[in-house]
Design a protein around this ligand. Structure first.
Ligand code: DGY
Length: 327
């Protein structure tokens, strides 16, 4: 009987990720472009594999893990091709002796680029103005045509100041912005100085921000971190940006806040019930909305994919996978 491990790759990923896996094992790859297995189908494919290379759209819950771990089902490691891992029940995996890894660091710049792009696009009403132009409505320069919000010298509020939040602060310094941040724990003074960050309590950040950008992980504790109360505290001219995880924001409360003018706009890359989006958001001119593309450059996605493969290979070779998440 072959001792080569069986490796499942649940979606088509950048090509360089496959060779290191094929070198060590037999790869079962789901290669249909853009196809995501629904949960029950994923459950049908998982058992019998030693390693699973998965994506943030795969729900790896206790039921799935138990099915893959039961007696001779062999699962040793789940490699998530994402920095966020709220799709995986890490506690259940740990109980079952299954390692879990993610892909931190390699997507931080790319995600901050998108967050800053959404900030500019929403503030300066770029998609709205483009729609107007393409619709043939432009009849000449106008003193009040598409006047938006100033970005330079404005205050950026960061919710979360980890890797991506810190890079967002660096982007903001190029626009001479003041940057306030709220984080679970305050950063060391050297880091605050290096990124020109000023710490404030959550409510203070909410009250002072012209732009509020979320860069926190999604956990049961951060569910609806931004809800009706928080949105009410924000300036009526403020713009909310979310490139982290949808359920950090109460999407229904956000719709209400935009409808009643509690805040002025939103730039959203992620949604509470992805891929579904609150239908009202799609009709609002002051909302810039994109389909979870924060890390979507081919270079970055390739780095994420090869990093996920490296975690599997390291485990296979008896080394500690570099990006292990289990405590
Ligand atoms: C992640 O990695 O968690 C992002 O949401 C997708 O790039």
């Amino acid at each position: 009987m072959s001792t080569r491990p069986r490796i499942l790759v649940t979606q088509k990923v950048p090509a360089p990720a496959y060779a290191p896996l094929e070198e060590i094992g037999t790869v079962d790859a789901h290669m249909e472009e853009g196809s995501i297995w629904p949960y029950e189908e994923l459950l049908g494919h998982g058992p019998g594999h030693d390693y699973i290379f998965c994506l943030l759209t795969d729900t790896i819950d206790e039921r799935f893990l138990q099915a893959c771990a039961a007696s001779n089902q062999r699962l040793k490691l789940i490699a998530n091709m994402a920095v966020g891992y709220n799709n995986i029940d890490v506690a259940a995996a740990t109980r079952l002796g299954i390692a879990v890894t993610n892909t931190p660091g390699v997507l931080s710049d790319t995600t901050a680029d998108l967050a800053f792009g959404l900030l500019l696009a929403t503030a300066r009403r770029i998609p709205e103005a483009e729609r107007y132009l393409r619709a043939g409505k432009y009849e000449g320069w106008g003193p009040l045509l598409f006047c938006g919000a100033e970005v330079h010298h404005a205050t950026l509020g960061l919710i979360g100041a980890g890797r991506i939040g810190q890079i967002m602060a660096r982007r903001a310094s190029g626009f001479d912005m003041r940057v306030l941040y709220y984080n679970r724990s305050r950063l060391a003074p050297e880091l605050e100085a290096a990124y020109n960050l000023t710490y404030a309590e959550l409510d203070e950040v909410l009250k002072q921000a012209d732009f509020l950008s979320i860069h926190a992980p999604y956990t049961p504790q951060t569910h609806h971190l931004i809800g009706e109360r928080e949105l009410t505290l924000m300036k009526p001219t403020a713009i909310l940006l979310n490139t982290a995880r949808g359920p950090l924001v109460d999407e229904k409360a956000l719709v209400k806040a935009l409808q009643n003018g509690s805040i002025a706009g939103a730039g959203l890359d992620v949604f509470e019930r992805e891929p579904a989006v609150e239908p009202e958001l799609l009709t609002m001119e002051q909302v810039v909305i994109v389909p979870h593309i924060g890390s979507a450059s081919l270079q970055t996605r390739t780095l994420m994919a090869t990093m996920a493969s490296s975690n599997i290979v390291a485990h296979y070779r008896g080394q500690r996978p570099p990006n292990i998440l289990n405590p």
